[in-house]
Design a protein around this ligand. Structure first.
Ligand code: ZN
Length: 331
């Protein structure tokens, strides 16, 4: 037995292609705040873009590696095949209308295991669910143009992991990560964590369609919350004792992290709540310029020159104002 009990999801990281299209979609369509523009610390020729609520609080974060030439991936076993956000129950119709108006690839809302779910896909095909969630106390980001605070996305709700074999993953979630089984429906089983915020649900789905292909429009890894570094270090020892191959504790500037794979192949991370995104820029200015960790700062010019510029005031394809009427030609 272990005392590893993550406090919910910390973030989900996915793979995109074009960074500008990614920024436009998540800030202007979903109304999340871009809380950090940095690079993939392991491959600094690529952005790492973080979206979340006004502070980028753990449990609200979806992040991307935009690799411009990446081919599209394919969901399947061994991948996190859906990332769900929580919205207020009375906002479901509003979001359905908004997505239709903006020509977003979205399904009609469906009822799944007692929850109303609005499924959509981002411009790279990443599967997102908006789930009507009563009683979510998080406020989301209230600064997005076009998304009134009352309808704002509150934060992560859950992830769906697809597995060819459920049992080994189930055992890891319950026996090692102390998650509670919370019911089964059809091919899905639910596991819950106890946390101070939302994003405390993992759904496992049986998938016999073959292994997925991790590339554009798929999830790269999911991260769970550790309250502090001492706890993270203790959890790491317990994971190693349980026979898992776990990385050393890695400094990710905004949190520290360890990584390991669950038996089905999904890359898992445990990340600390601290220090958070205000460690290198003020709250009001989050996400507006490229931030680098101290060890990459000496190479800033070279790194910045290799990245495609991102415009934050860019009017995306979804909300481009109608062209001004051409004056009638003189006759
Ligand atoms: Zn991560």
């Amino acid at each position: 037995m272990t005392d590893i009990a993550p406090h919910g999801l910390h973030h989900v990281t996915a793979i995109a292609s074009d960074p500008q299209r990614n920024v436009d979609f998540y800030t202007q369509v979903l109304g999340l705040r871009l809380v950090k523009q940095t690079v993939n610390f392991d491959a600094p020729d690529t952005y790492h873009l973080y979206y979340g609520d006004h502070t980028g609080a753990p449990s609200t974060l979806l992040t991307f590696f935009p690799w411009r030439a990446v081919p599209p991936g394919r969901n399947g076993a061994g991948l996190t095949t859906a990332t769900a956000f929580s919205i207020p129950p009375e906002s479901l119709g509003w979001w359905q209308r908004r997505l239709a108006e903006l020509s977003v690839d979205a399904d009609s809302p469906t009822s799944r295991d007692g929850e109303e779910v609005l499924r959509l896909r981002d411009p790279d095909g990443l599967v997102l669910d908006l789930i009507a969630s009563p009683g979510d106390g998080r406020s989301g980001w209230d600064g997005a143009a076009g998304v009134p605070a009352e309808h704002a996305v509150r934060g992560l709700h859950s992830v769906t992991m697809s597995e060819a074999q459920l049992e080994p993953t189930q055992r890891l979630l319950t026996e090692l990560l102390s998650m509670q089984p919370a019911g089964e429906a059809g091919t899905r089983s639910r596991f819950t964590m106890t946390g101070p915020d939302g994003g405390t649900v993992v759904d496992l789905e049986a998938d016999r369609s073959g292994r997925g292909l991790q590339a554009g429009g798929t999830v790269h890894h999911i991260a769970f919350r550790a309250p502090d570094q001492a706890t993270q270090a203790r959890w790491r020892e317990q994971l190693v004792e349980a026979g898992l191959r776990v990385t050393e504790i890695i400094d990710r500037r905004y949190f520290t992290s360890i990584y390991f794979r669950e038996p089905g192949g999904v890359l898992l991370e445990i990340a600390t709540d601290q220090p958070g995104f205000t460690v290198d820029e003020p709250l009001l200015e989050l996400g507006q310029r490229l931030k680098l960790p101290p060890w990459l700062e000496p190479d800033r010019d070279q790194i910045a020159a290799a990245l495609p510029p991102i415009r934050l005031d860019h009017t995306g394809p979804h909300e481009r104002p109608a062209p001004a009427k051409q004056p009638e030609a003189e006759v």
